[in-house]
Design a protein around this ligand. Structure first.
Ligand code: FMN
Length: 299
């Protein structure tokens, strides 16, 4: 019996084992390649998503629209929006310097006040303040904000009740001991008379998204930072016109206040600002601000 005959005879004798071995090898080879292909495709998908969102982009702000046909996508603002000349007043270096100094001095006087006079504010002043906030820049001009201005005494009292109830829980259960300790210099407490004393409460809501005329969801890119900048404009306008405010962030009040004020589900409460004149006896903690050298890096 030569070598070939011996091999054929061995194969025939052990055909079950040989065929089983071949099948196992085939399955293992197929699985290995399937995994390699899946890895390849998921890497590509990740790269594509990263290219769309940029590093650190949040899925919340940049949803995956990969299933939409790119030919059918239309911008939320018309693509043929015309470009118009922009010519703000020309100012000399001296004027710019003077204005920058004046504005700094004005803003340096701003303080958070926690005790308000009940004297009312003219409606037009409130209108102008909100109009100023509305001039803020926003991601892709989405203007993702709603400013609810409450002057009605009953509603202010209802807001106060909700905030005080939640703050009681915040101080006693939700906030860390360190947090409560850090707040001691500001003499903040769950009881908040300013919410019913201040002539106006401005509740700053951030819209996470909105709806286009064609019924499609309109994404609000960078809605957090856009709304925060608008709130900054508002605080500056309040200071400029000679009123005061309290920047407050009522913890865990979003759902209840949204319901009370009949705001839609796509709006989140970011800030609650009592606005008015300071109470005659109002005091503020003697805080010091960081120096220019501490906050500015010149390169
Ligand atoms: C995002 C933010 C949240 C704040 N939340 C509260 C708050 O809930 N209650 C409060 O009394 N002050 C609050 N403040 C006010 C700060 O305590 C105050 O700005 C800080 O102590 C500096 O004081 P100044 O504003 O007088 O310069 C908040 C300020 C900011 C910017």
């Amino acid at each position: 019996m030569n070598v070939i005959s011996l091999a054929v005879w061995t194969l025939e004798k052990n055909c079950f084992i040989v065929y089983s071995g071949l099948i196992v090898c085939f399955i293992a080879f197929t699985l290995y390649h399937k995994n390699k292909l899946e890895e390849h495709y998921s890497e590509n998908a990740k790269k594509e998503k990263l290219a769309r969102t940029g590093t650190g982009g949040k899925a919340r702000d940049f949803p995956d629209d990969g299933d939409d046909d790119p030919d059918l996508l239309v911008p939320a603002i018309p693509e043929d929006t015309p470009q118009i000349l922009y010519r703000p007043p020309k100012r000399t270096d001296d004027e710019i310097l003077e204005r920058s100094r004046e504005y700094y001095e004005l803003m340096a006087e701003r303080r958070t006040v926690r005790s308000f006079s009940q004297e009312p504010i003219p409606q037009e002043v409130l209108d102008n303040l909100i109009k100023t906030a509305g001039t803020s820049p926003s991601g892709a001009h989405t203007e993702p904000w709603t400013f609810v201005v409450v002057q009605d005494q009953e509603t202010k009292t209802a807001i106060r009740e909700i905030v005080e109830e939640e703050e009681e829980l915040n101080y006693n259960k939700r906030m860390s001991r360190q947090w409560v300790t850090d707040l001691k210099p500001f003499a903040t407490k769950p009881v908040k008379p300013y919410l019913s004393d201040a002539p106006a409460l401005v509740l700053v809501f951030r819209q996470t998204h909105s709806w286009r005329d064609d019924g499609k969801k309109r994404m609000h890119y960078y809605s957090e930072i856009s709304t925060a900048i608008a709130a900054g404009f508002l605080l500056a306008a309040i200071q400029y016109c000679g009123l005061v405010s309290l920047t407050s962030t009522p913890l865990n009040c979003n759902a209840r206040l949204r319901e009370l004020l009949s705001r839609p589900i796509n709006e989140r409460l970011e800030l609650l600002l009592p606005v008015g004149r300071p109470h005659e006896e109002a005091t503020v903690p003697d805080l010091h601000r960081k120096s220019l050298e501490e906050i500015m890096v010149k390169i």
